[in-house]
Design a protein around this ligand. Structure first.
Ligand SMILES: CC(=O)N[C@H]1[C@@H](OP(=O)(O)OP(=O)(O)OC[C@H]2O[C@@H](n3ccc(=O)[nH]c3=O)[C@H](O)[C@@H]2O)O[C@H](CO)[C@@H](O)[C@@H]1O
Ligand SMILES: C=C(OP(=O)(O)O)C(=O)O
Length: 416
């Protein structure tokens, strides 16, 4: 079993360049199959989720070539092949094949998605959206079968603000007849990125990034070239790691506005954070104040940064409370951090963290960001080596993690 080994206690120092965003990439790749000709995606992150998605597109008959950070997708010979099982189960974002295939072929059979399972993650709002567009949706032995004779635009009010449902409805509606309005839409930067790609392909989408998105359906979409936005969650994780190790790191090639909630929280703790046009410098300090954090939908504090932030708050003086209002049970990192000596208790949707020194231990990443949280925690440990298993989760979301951390002076390596 592969492990990530971390010998901590060294302040991170230097510059780290951030790759394209996972959560954009895994939506842009399926979006490309709505086109009749070649789509080129630049600034693509090297992640296992992206590799799985490339294979899924190949199974559907697309020609995919991926070199460095560029992927070319030729969907001209695509078919709506049923995918009830297999690799669709490996990632959460396989649900975007539902919207994309529905838009292109009027039908799709896709197994219920996998990905990180910190708690049940329903897709009822995606289904509600497809049905509003005129599709018939049935559940057949764990796979979702969606069929529409004709997709017609509709007004869809989301009962919960959902990134996935907003994007999935946008994908299908871009080829529906007439106007679709998504109300109570999610506003995450990745949604704007997908709308930008679709508009470059010939779609007519307005309002992405606000709570009302208007999509005027078109009959055909064409190929284009698009550069993926930087990964704000990877960037945020390095910001947190720089603060936790009392380092001095320039996080480069990012959009600082996407990280405003984290920047404000770090400053409230006493971390020195300097925003530049496309970079943020984080300078750690000897003492931090405890703070309360509420994970919310964008532009609130990102739930994907809640677990790494928990590790940082073990390094603050006093008691911090982290509450997650997006995923109320996203605390699989807590028992593992406790093995490292952390003083944390979970009450309802909150983790209550008392500042303390951490020690080396053998721990397991139960999901992607729980893994990131363990890496941040391990980097603070002054003596001994922390062994982290569950590396396959971390590989879903961190591009060349060992190289990036080593370049910042950390002692990190993979074993086994
Ligand atoms: C691939 C991807 O982009 N993943 C991100 C995406 O996941 P994902 O798109 O799956 O998350 P959502 O925004 O849909 O989920 C937000 C909340 O709505 C609930 N919900 C969602 C859909 C639905 O049909 N019904 C329902 O009840 C979820 O259980 C959750 O409590 O946004 C999450 C919230 O920012 C991030 O943690 C994930 O990293
Ligand atoms: C939960 C995450 O990803 P996914 O939705 O792909 O499982 C994440 O990126 O933290």
């Amino acid at each position: 079993m592969e492990k990530l080994m971390v010998r901590g206690g060294r302040p991170l120092r230097g510059t780290v360049g951030i790759s394209g965003a996972k959560n954009s990439a895994v939506a842009l790749i399926p979006a490309a199959i709505l086109a009749e000709s070649e789509v080129i995606l630049d600034n693509l992150p090297k992640l296992s989720d992206v590799a799985v998605y490339a294979e899924l597109l190949e199974q559907l008959g697309a020609k995919v070539s991926w070199t460095d950070d560029m992927m070319t997708i030729d969907p001209s010979n695509l078919k709506s092949v049923p995918m009830p099982n297999g690799r669709v189960k490996l990632l959460r974002a396989s649900y975007y094949l539902m919207g994309a295939l529905l838009g292109r072929f009027g039908e799709a059979v896709i197994g219920l998605p996998g990905g990180c399972n910190f708690e049940p993650r329903p897709i009822d709002q995606h289904i509600k959206g497809f049905e509003a567009l005129g599709a018939e949706v049935t559940n057949e032995q764990g796979a979702v079968r969606i069929r529409a004779k004709e997709l017609r635009g509709a007004r869809i009010y989301l009962d919960v603000v959902s990134v996935g449902a907003t994007i999935n409805i946008m994908l299908a509606a871009s080829r529906a007849k007439g106007l679709t309005v998504i109300e109570n839409a999610a506003k995450e930067p990745e949604i704007i990125d997908v709308a930008t790609l679709l508009n470059s392909m010939g779609a007519k989408i307005k309002g992405a990034g606000t709570e009302a998105i208007r999509i005027e359906g078109v009959t055909e979409l064409h190929g284009c070239r698009h550069s993926i936005i930087p990964d704000r969650i990877q960037a945020g994780t390095y910001m947190v790691a720089a603060a936790a190790t009392r380092g001095d790191v320039l996080i480069d090639n990012i959009i600082p506005k996407h990280l405003e909630a984290l920047t404000a929280k770090l400053q409230e703790m006493g971390v020195h954070v300097y925003e530049m046009d496309e970079a943020i410098r984080v300078v750690g300090q000897p003492r931090y104040e405890a703070v309360d954090v509420k994970a919310l939908v964008y532009p609130g504090f990102a739930t994907d940064l809640q677990s790494p932030m928990t590790s940082l708050l073990t390094q603050a003086s006093g008691v911090s409370i982290l509450s997650d209002y997006v995923y109320s049970n996203r605390f699989k990192h807590v028992p593992e951090l406790a093995r490292m000596g952390a003083q944390i208790r979970v009450e309802g949707r909150s983790a209550i963290v008392e500042g303390t020194r951490l020690n080396a231990a053998k721990v397991r990443a139960a999901d992607l960001r729980a893994g990131a949280s363990l890496v941040v925690a391990a980097l603070t440990v002054e003596d001994g080596t922390t062994e982290i298993t569950g590396v396959e989760y971390i590989d879903r979301g961190y591009d060349r993690l060992v190289t990036q951390l080593s370049n910042l002076g950390a002692e990190v390596w993979r074993q086994g």
